[in-house]
Design a protein around this ligand. Sequence first.
Ligand code: C2E
Ligand code: CA
Ligand code: CA
Length: 742
Amino acid sequence: MTFPRHAWRAALSTAVLAVSTPVALAAAARWQEGRPVLLTVGLGWLAVSVLMPFLSRRGSRPGLVRFTAAGTLWGVGTVLAGAYPAAMIGPLSFPHLAHAVSLTGLAHIAFQQLRHARVAGDDQPLLVEAAVFGTVLATLAWDGFGRAGYTGDGWWQASASLVVLLTSFVAACAAVLAVEHAALRLACLGLGLGAIATQVTAITATTSPRVADVAIVVAVVGGTTLLVFQPRGGFVRHGGAAVAQAARRLRLAVSLPGAAVLIAMAVNVAEPRADALLSAYYGAAVLAAAVRQAATARAIDRTRRTLFFQAQHDQLTGLKNRTALTEALIEPDRTQSLVILEVSGLDDVSDVLGVPVGEDVLRAAAANLREHVTPLGGSTYRVRHDEFALLLPGSPEEAVRHLPHLLGAVSAAPLQVPGAGRFAVEAVAGIARVDRGARAGGDAALPLVHADLALRDARAHPGMLGWSVYSGAVAAQHARRLLVRERLASAVAEGCIDVHFQPIIDFATGRVVKFEALARWDDRELGRVSPVEFVAVAEESNLVVALGEHVLRRAVGTAHAAGVFDAGVRLAVNVSVVQLQSPGFADVVRGILTDHRIPAHLLTLELTESVFLDSDSPAERVVTDLARLGCQIAIDDFGTGYSAFGYLDRLPVHVLKIDRSLTQSLTGEGNGRSVVTAVVDLANRLGLTVVVEGVETDEEAAICRSMRAGLGQGWLYSAAVTADRIVAELEREYPVSPEPVR
Ligand code: C2E
Ligand code: CA
Ligand code: CA
């Protein structure tokens, strides 16, 4: 919503009239030589009125035409008054009639003001200003008119007075009736009363002094009402754009009556009238109203600024917020980089030390970030609970140079808060390019989407740099993820996920003692999709619960049918953390085992270490339940993650699966072998079964045997096989590898 252009013009023209009317009339009254002034002013205004439609690009607007007509009327009247000194037509002096013509124009303009206020519809404050303005103009005009020297009676005196009176009355009534704010009604009523009574005083001062006395009292009461009941809180109570508009209008409205009053006072001083007291009071009242309005306008401005600040800033950290960021992204004036920083580890601080300490850490992180970003010429925002955004000048390639410092700034935050130092807080970042002159609208959000995708990419590769820059590859990954998720959902629903079985061998006997069930998916469109990919996608969308249950059910059913359990051979099934935390998981496992009447100890559930890191996570309870049920619990991929042993004596764990990457290091140069030896030693001592994963060569197998690792799994023995090959695998004996090479 903008203030209509023609309304501005109306206000401007009225302002000129407000000043020029009293000046011209007073000039005519005081000096005979003042007539040239009248002539000049009238001609000037005529010229402006006539030129107005040409100056305006939208000259055909009806409002503009009306203003032009009114202005022309005023100009003609004034020119006539200046051109024909005291031309008498009967008992009437012609110039005075000319003034009446001018006044009609003036009244018309005041009406237009009101009309525009009404057209503007939701602009109630404008209506109020117009009303104030109309009455002030009318009274001033009348004052000047009276001063112009008329003393006798005549029909036109009544007509002119009627015009003035009507103007004031309509203005005041409109203000009283149309104002939405109840608080304003009384003030407006006082204003109207004061204005009308002032005029009645002026009309009757010479003819009926009694009436004039009563009118003076009424005017004083009205004026006082206006002063006392002016709303202190300002005309506009709502924030946002409407307040900004209203503040601007108020400033305009304040400047106009202010100027008019100054002129009226000057005239009064130059030629005091009989009702000087009233005039002085009237001047003071309007001046007070003007001052009051100025104060209101300032208050509104201040409120608006406060509201604007609040709307753009985050209360906790004082940084700018997402709204501000979105605005900054609308039309960037240079190439920038958008960095989204996700902070992890805050919840631990809040859980243990309380939310206020968590907030202190967040504040410290915000301050640190700002300290780094401001000297770079960038800005810092807080966009979500644990996410900051940075706008840095230059391309992502340049921004990346600062990232180690920025990530460091976040990690340093707990050290600055007493007690929080023992918690590690870390950040990952996604970076996207913000191009100069990006289009407003939908595209403005694009860098945010890109940076989010890059952040996701960074999160998906922990242990890497800690950040990722959005690129075509990231976009392609995202598209692929969406496609995989969509296809996987229907594959799971239709039961199209197959299960293969990889044998796990006893190093000592060379016999299969266990199978690991591995999900397999051949999609019509995507071809074979690796479980590494689709399990990750499934975990993002909770789909993994249905997927996991399907695999578990099918694996147990197939293995049972193939006689795996009857042969005393175990089955291992992978379980995702998300699945473990889903309600009723232990019941699902129990149900499946009962359905096939399988002893629970023959089922091993493979979990990753992440399940055990949080000591009071609900997942731990589920693990305990499952162990109580009789299932074996295996730690999968040991050596890749946290390798924390703390949970081993707290929780029921039966099997430790040493990750492929450690197995590969057995034959390498580093200290891989001693690490694995230590782990196997410890596991043996704790009574855990060790499974060495990814055994591919005889050499690796020999080393494993030499360090007394119990079981092995890998391509040296067999890749995962289809269900129909299980029986063959059961009957097969694997050659036990030769004695250690070293
Ligand atoms: P994992 O649990 O560590 O499974 C072992 C992976 O190593 C399997 O890959 C297997 O084919 C592969 N592998 C076996 N022997 C060797 C070897 O000698 N050398 C090499 N380089 N690799 C070997 P796969 O089938 O691609 O599965 C990958 C991962 O997907 C699994 O890792 C597991 O984390 C996940 N996964 C597979 N099936 C399921 C499932 O049903 N549920 C859940 N939650 N995750 C599953
Ligand atoms: Ca596994
Ligand atoms: Ca594994």
